[in-house]
Each structure stands twice: as structure tokens, then as C-alpha cells.
Design a protein around this ligand. Structure first.
Ligand code: DCT
Ligand code: MG
Length: 439
């Protein structure tokens, strides 16, 4: 794990954070000098963040603005709001005054304006207006279709399509993924529980072991970080003997298909070659592993059940302390897509309730054992944690980290690792070279 002792020590040494009443008059009576300002390291990967979020009102608003920016295909703005939300999620107490935020990293002018609005008025007018806007609603509904990204959704909206029904009535041709996404819309937009993820894990393990004995299946993504629900289930597959994993995915997919477990699948081949790839960071964050994007047909049974997730306690769920990861994802989407009147013609909710199965998004990834630790680190997330870890490795350690490898730019060589701990040890020990940060 990264060394965060200086951070925890400084928190221990500091005065207890004073909780102020939000009432303006009362706030004015408090001597500003008594209000302790928060302090956190600037990269998300340096912070220990649990799921115990003390600032949900602020982070929900910033996450909504981040989501809206992503839906508008404005990645930079999205990342800025995600970083701001992540900083607030790491704070040990609720924020009660702007003074406490002095010196905190990643809080830009825009995010500070949103926070101030909430502290002054209880809500963010910008977040509320966004939530109500027709464009946000339409982008959310359309990108809720598996296989539809921000660009496609924007194009359809330009053509006057705002709802699923309008899409169905239109002339637009959908690709195979989008057809499956539309058909299983409601299921795919319903959160997956840990019990469902475990039930799918058993099936995937059975498939993998029956085509390659000795292979290993690991649950990754949000569930490995301790989340109890997720939008999909992610698995990483490997075999302890290098090379034995080659050609595995088509066999696993055939087995699953023959047993009727797949409603949709698309497999992409492994396109990573160290010698060709070179140390430079890949152009996109996507890795090159053999990967299967699928929609799984999970039969409801008494053992695991696929009913709605259990209600979370009011305080939320604490993340396991030993992961040391930044748990930057919210538990459930506070703004699920609402496809208005259109669902009736897909599957009525009644039909779904009485069905003996539900559709679940499942991602399968195959990694050679030599890259397994990097794949595990990369596929455990969160997305922001991974982004920040790569940024930190690059700028602070002159190293290029991907889901395949770690390259030391100073030594001019790849650093091998068989566990996440070894990767962190490499990252923590190597001397810092001066690397110029972009402006
Ligand atoms: N990932 C990444 N960069 C991306 C996409 C994914 O580093 N652009 C990694 C981090 C998380 C992991 O892959 C799985 O991705 P998701 O399933 O999208 O995220 P999740 O954290 O598992 O979220 P959820 O619980 O909602 O599935
Ligand atoms: Mg996931």
C-alpha cells in the first residue's frame, strides 16, 4: 500500500474538527481560527477512503455533474468533478463551512461554487436543474441501453429521439449489442447484488474448470472492493502455467452458450504484445486482454435469490479496512434512468417479476499469469483510483503502469510482479526522477 502515514499522523495531531450548525447566525459566532481545515493528499490513490461517506449531499451533486459531463462526452470536466467528489468522500467529517476546504486539492472554482450553494441553500441549483433537464434525462435513458455511448445518444437526440419508445418507432437500425441492450433494458439497469455475483461466479468457475482444469477465476471490479451492489459483474481468468490460457475464452463461451447461460456475447481477442507495445502508455485506458462482454441469463433460485438488493443501513456499509483502496463509487445510482411510458412494450414489470430468470451484465477477461497481478490491480478499480494511480506513477515515479505491465522509464526496463503488493512495493521504492507535469 502507498504510504499514507504522514496523512493519518497529521490528522491525529490536529484539533478535532469542529461541527458547526449550518445556521448562518451561529456560524458567524464561531471564530474562524477554531475551524480546523481538512487536509488530504492530492492523488486519490494516496488516500484511504471507505464507503462511509460523510458528505453524501455534496458528493451526490458533484457526481451528478460529473455524470452529466460524461454523458455530454466532456471527459475533462467529468474527471474534474469526479476528483472533487472523491476528495470530499475521503473527509472524516461532514463539511460545514467553506473555510474548512482551504488548501484541499482538486476543488476547482466550479466545484467550490456548487459546494457553497449547498452549504448556503441546502441544494445545488445547478445539479437540480441538470437533473430536471430534458437533455440529461434523454442522454441517461439512451446510454442506459447496453452498447450505446454518449456519441450515439447525442446523435439520436439530434434526430428527435428522447425515449426508448421513440427509438423503437424510428427507422434507426441497431447493432446486435444495442438490440440485446434494448431487449433487456430493465434488467440491465437494475443493480446486481453480491449474492447474484457469487451465483454467476459459480457458473463461470464451472465453465472455466470444465474446459481448462487448474484455471483460476477471480471476482474483480466493485465487488472485490467490498461493494454490495454493482452495475455488472467482472471476472478475471488465468492459469498458473503461462500460455495455457491461450484460446481459453472461445471454449468458455461455447460451454456457457451450450448450457443456455448467454443472452448476448461479444469476444475481443488479446491484442497486447510487450515488444510491440513498448513502454508508452496506451492511447486509451482500455486494456488489450482477451475479453468477453456478455449479458448473462441468471436463473432465480432459492439458494441465491435474485430479488432486489437488501436495503442498506442508514449509515451505509463500511469497506473492508485492508483493501487500502479509494472507494470512490456510490453504492447505488441515485438517479436511475426513467424510461417513462416505454417499458410496457419491452417487458412489463409484472412479466419480469414472474419470470424465472434475470439478465445481468458480465465481463470476462483472460490474462496470462505473468500479467495477472497488473490485470487484477487494473480490473479492481475504481476507475478514478486506477486513473490516479497511473498518473501518480507517471509524474511522481517516472513509471508507466497499465493493466499489463509496469515500466521504469529511468531504468529502461519492465518491473515484474506476481502480486498487487509487489507492484505497490515497486512503486513505493524507486527514486523519483523529475518529470515535467503538463500545464
Ligand atoms: N476500468 C478502468 N478504466 C475504465 C474502465 C474500467 O480502469 N475506463 C477498471 C476499473 C474498474 C473495473 O475496470 C471494472 O469496471 P466497471 O465494472 O465499469 O466498474 P466497477 O467499479 O466494477 O463498477 P460497478 O460496481 O458499477 O460495476
Ligand atoms: Mg463492475
Amino acid at each position: 500500500l502507498l504510504d499514507i502515514s504522514w496523512f493519518t499522523d497529521s490528522m491525529k495531531a490536529g484539533h478535532p474538527v469542529q461541527i458547526l450548525d449550518r445556521h448562518k447566525l451561529q456560524e458567524q459566532l464561531v471564530d474562524e481560527a477554531e475551524v480546523e481545515v481538512f487536509s488530504v493528499p492530492s492523488y486519490a490513490c494516496q488516500r484511504r477512503t471507505t464507503l462511509d461517506n460523510h458528505n453524501t449531499v455534496l458528493t451526490d451533486a458533484l457526481s451528478l455533474l460529473a455524470e452529466n459531463a460524461e454523458l455530454e462526452d466532456e471527459e475533462g470536466r467529468g474527471v474534474a468533478f469526479r476528483r472533487a467528489a472523491a476528495v470530499l468522500k475521503a473527509l472524516p467529517k461532514p463539511v460545514t463551512s467553506m473555510t474548512q476546504l482551504k488548501g484541499l486539492p482538486c476543488l476547482g472554482e466550479h466545484s467550490l461554487r456548487v459546494i457553497k450553494d449547498i452549504l448556503d441553500n441546502g441544494t445545488s441549483s445547478e445539479a437540480e436543474a441538470t437533473k430536471q433537464s430534458e437533455r440529461y434525462k434523454a442522454l441517461k435513458v439512451l446510454t442506459g441501453i447496453f452498447g450505446v455511448g454518449a456519441k450515439t445518444a447525442a446523435r439520436w437526440i439530434r434526430d428527435g429521439i428522447h425515449t426508448l419508445q421513440q427509438l423503437r418507432d424510428s427507422e434507426h437500425t441497431l447493432n446486435r449489442a444495442q438490440q440485446a441492450g434494448l431487449e433487456h433494458y430493465e434488467d440491465v439497469n437494475q443493480q446486481v447484488t453480491k449474492a447474484e455475483a457469487d451465483a454467476i461466479g459459480e457458473i463461470v468457475e464451472k465453465a472455466v474448470l470444465s474446459v481448462l482444469p487448474g484455471a483460476q477465476v477471480t471476482l474483480t471490479g466493485g465487488f472485490r472492493r467490498g461493494k454490495l451492489t454493482g452495475h455488472d459483474v467482472d471476472f478475471l481468468i488465468t492459469h498458473p502455467v503461462e500460455g495455457r490460457e491461450e484460446g481459453l475464452m472461445p471454449k468458455v463461451v461455447s460451454w456457457l452458450e451450450s448450457q443456455g447461460f448467454l443472452l448476448y456475447q461479444k469476444t475481443t481477442r488479446n491484442s497486447y504484445l510487450e515488444s510491440k507495445e513498448g513502454p508508452a502508455r496506451p492511447a486509451s485506458n482500455m486494456d488489450r486482454f482477451e475479453r468477453c462482454f456478455s449479458i448473462f441469463k441468471l436463473t432465480k433460485d432459492d439458494k441465491h435469490g435474485t430479488k432486489q438488493p437488501e436495503k442498506l443501513s442508514e449509515n451505509g456499509i463500511k469497506a473492508p479496512e485492508d483493501t487500502g483502496r479509494s472507494l470512490t463509487h456510490v453504492q447505488t445510482d441515485p438517479n436511475p434512468p426513467t424510461p417513462s411510458c416505454t417499458m410496457a412494450q419491452i417487458h412489463s414489470s409484472k412479466d419480469r417479476e414472474h419470470r424465472s430468470w434475470r439478465a445481468v451484465r458480465v465481463d470476462l477477461v483472460v490474462s496470462p499469469i505473468s500479467q495477472f497481478a497488473f490485470a487484477l490491480l487494473g480490473w479492481t478499480g475504481s476507475k478514478l483510483f486506477e486513473r490516479e494511480l497511473r498518473r501518480w506513477a507517471g509524474y511522481e515515479k517516472a513509471m508507466s503502469l497499465s493493466s499489463h505491465a509496469l515500466y521504469d522509464n529511468n531504468q529502461g526496463r519492465y518491473l515484474r510482479a506476481t502480486s498487487e503488493e509487489e507492484i505497490f512495493a515497486h512503486l513505493a521504492t524507486v527514486k523519483v526522477a523529475s518529470v515535467q507535469k503538463p500545464l
